[in-house]
Design a protein around this ligand. Structure first.
Ligand SMILES: [Zn+2]
Length: 55
């Protein structure tokens, strides 16, 4: 892994906080694709865009 700042794979959303404990220390997980690991609570999760609200 390198921090080249390239285009993220389609569908990968970057979470800023762990949705479970609120910690900010998130690191990408290789598997499953697009997953993130919270270094505080060790939960691995994915963030998926469902769509846009109609308003
Ligand atoms: Zn957490």
């Amino acid at each position: 892994m390198s921090a080249d700042g390239g285009a993220a794979p389609e569908g990968r959303m970057v979470p800023f906080y762990c949705p479970y404990c609120g910690d900010e220390e998130l690191v990408p997980e290789a598997e499953p694709a697009g997953a993130w690991k919270c270094t505080a609570c060790l939960r691995v999760f994915t963030v998926r865009l469902v769509g846009l609200a109609s308003g």
